[in-house]
Design a protein around this ligand. Sequence first.
Ligand SMILES: Nc1ncnc2c1ncn2[C@@H]1O[C@H](COP(=O)(O)OP(=O)(O)OP(=O)(O)O)[C@@H](O)[C@H]1O
Length: 488
Amino acid sequence: MSDATILIADDDQAIRTVLTHALGREGYRVQAASSAASLWQWVAKGEGDLVITDVVMPDENGLDLIPRIKKIRPDLRIIVMSAQNTLLTAVKATERGAFEYLPKPFDLKELSLTVKRALSEPVDVVEEVEEAAEEQLPLIGRSVAMQEIYRVMARLMATDLTVMVTGESGTGKELISRALHDYGKRKEGPFVAVNMAAIPKELIESELFGHEKGAFTGATARYSGRFEQAAGGTLFLDEIGDMPLEAQTRLLRVLQENEFTTVGGRVPIKADVRIITATHRDLAQMVEQGSFREDLYYRLSVVPLRLPPLRERSEDIPELVSHFLRLCEQEGLPGKVIDQGAMASLRNNYWSGNIRELENVVRRLTVLYSQDVISQDIVEHELNLISMGTSTEENMVSSPVVPALNESLGEAVERHLSEYFAAHFPELPATGLYDRILKEIEKPLIELSLASTNGNQIQASKLLGLNRNTLRKKIKELEVSVIKGGKA
Ligand SMILES: Nc1ncnc2c1ncn2[C@@H]1O[C@H](COP(=O)(O)OP(=O)(O)OP(=O)(O)O)[C@@H](O)[C@H]1O
């Protein structure tokens, strides 16, 4: 249908020009408008075989236009393109009956393929669907990688398909799974999450399928397992790669037969759950090694959803950081802003712990440093502590002033003091810091000197260059424990 007429609405002149050229080259007739109103006029007159519309336009939101168009021209296919790029936009576009949702910027090749598909596939009749509520779970991130995830998620909302979410630890697998439930057709039902790694092997069956009273020692009452608890809703099996082989076999049987029995029970119960699984493991490799059943793997990974690690979408970091700073403030922690250099350091970090690690770092920056503006120095300092395997909190409690190999004692003290300042600034006294810090240094200094002279106070006072009486006074004042047998 390359002689089809395509109607385009976008208030961005550049986009109209590019699309008109690209689609014109492929033989389509193109009419492009800068407003929803012009597009509507064409549609109402019966013109066009396909609509491509932007979402945010000065006169009307493209998403609101979809149901109006569908009412008078149910057969007209609509492609929505948007730079908003949130999950909600993708879900709304799909729910309202758009043929496809294309996050901007998109590839012209992709657009061309979508147009071809839209013109050749039969038009779906859109059922009346309940509108998705405004974003309850804010899924932050508009990177290309996340937009692709949102697009797939939007397509999954109206289905009960089994989804397997994979990705490194802390990439948001549980959050995405919850969002699939919250926007999906089972949203009125329960979302029941089970972490397979957290249940002892011998309890997995009864945890999942329940048990009858007396089924085994300790089964003092009937227990309805997670399958029963999740009836009508979603069962989220987290860390599915940690499921022992015997339980895998049982799960597979339940999925094949669509029913299960409790441990010790005989009456089959219908399994009315949508299953979403998640894992950070390489299940395909586990299948090869024989530690995960191949048939179960294929049943569970009907729709695989791979979450990218944070380092592959560092463009999302600023928005995530602002989101976590806002969360901290809502929880009553001090409100902070972050400067550009600090943000650049956060963007360039490797983030092996992904979003969870970023979230934790933002929390520490909020709590442990008194400055209202988080600077690059502070961020670098905190990230260094993490890369050394310690963070400010832990570091403050235990690390002694031990010079690193290339450091003088003075430098080590300075490093330690700066950590001390960073960690304790909010509770430092208004004045008297000099005495307080010197006291904190004096005590270990005297203790170490006494230890090195075996508790001999005469030698220690010499070593320190202090008068013997002064040393004695200090020992008392600072409550230094004196080694028994040491000479005064
Ligand atoms: N897109 C996102 N926007 C905002 N917060 C997010 C996003 N993704 C993840 N988070 C937050 O990051 C943290 C980790 O997410 P989540 O627990 O879903 O990760 P996970 O992949 O399931 O981790 P694990 O593999 O360790 O179980 C949570 O506090 C979650 O709220």
